[in-house]
Design a protein around this ligand. Sequence first.
Ligand SMILES: Nc1ncnc2c1ncn2[C@@H]1O[C@H](COP(=O)(O)OP(=O)(O)O)[C@@H](O)[C@H]1O
Ligand SMILES: [Mg+2]
Length: 263
Amino acid sequence: MRRRQTVAVPARVSIYDPIHIGIDENAASVLLPLVYRNLLAGGEPGSGKSGLLNNIVAHAALASDCRLWLMDGKRVELGLWRSCAEVFVGASLDHANARLAELQAEMDARYDRLDTDGRRKITPDDPVQPIMLVIDELAYYSATAGDKKQRELFSLLLRDVVARGRAAGIIVVAATQRPSADIIPTSLRDLFGYRLAFRCTTETSSDIVLGHGWHARGYDASTIDPGQPGVGWLLAEGGIPARIRCAWLSDDDIAGVVGRWAS
Ligand SMILES: Nc1ncnc2c1ncn2[C@@H]1O[C@H](COP(=O)(O)OP(=O)(O)O)[C@@H](O)[C@H]1O
Ligand SMILES: [Mg+2]
């Protein structure tokens, strides 16, 4: 029988608050302000990507000021959060593209509004709420499912939303298990202000997530022990990578958060 746990969370959680994703080498909490930013995570299967996404989704689900959009080609990774999400896209690439086009239109409408008001970005006192789009297994949509035209449309829409969404309060968090240049072209990778490389099979894939040259400077996710899922190198815009260990939410923990969301 599934046990429903009580999860201790502050009375009010905001998407504008930094999100706790784990601890660093000094056991200090790693807190990521995700509003106005995007995050890309890569790593081999079983390296901890979905665990990271669960931490972020939990925060967004509990936040009273965030709309949650989830895309999960496998359906079961983010499936536990389905009831908390405004949008849930499973295996259909057409569905994913239709929703991305909708998000793009929403982004344009937000910029029109900001422009009219003479403002530069969405703020906490805005009636318009940030939207967090979380994509697990990005490669499923960009390189596996559907036909070439559909996949190209997906990549085009995603690139635009990642490139322009930030000031409009659109946050993209994406994970991929095949960090290769065809799935994450440099031009797309560089749009993500945060990059997290979990264990990768090669130095090259580690560099594809973090950026060219990092492995040669000692920041190489292919040397992470496979027995340590959840450990990865986190790079924040302009900084140097930091080794972190992500927090882990069990299915019961997630059920607890979903229960709290529903109450
Ligand atoms: N932060 C973590 N702490 C402890 N165990 C973890 C952590 N992240 C992942 N794991 C373990 O590794 C397994 C695979 O993790 P998962 O996040 O599903 O990997 P991926 O999505 O990269 O395939 C999990 O089922 C869990 O047992
Ligand atoms: Mg996964």
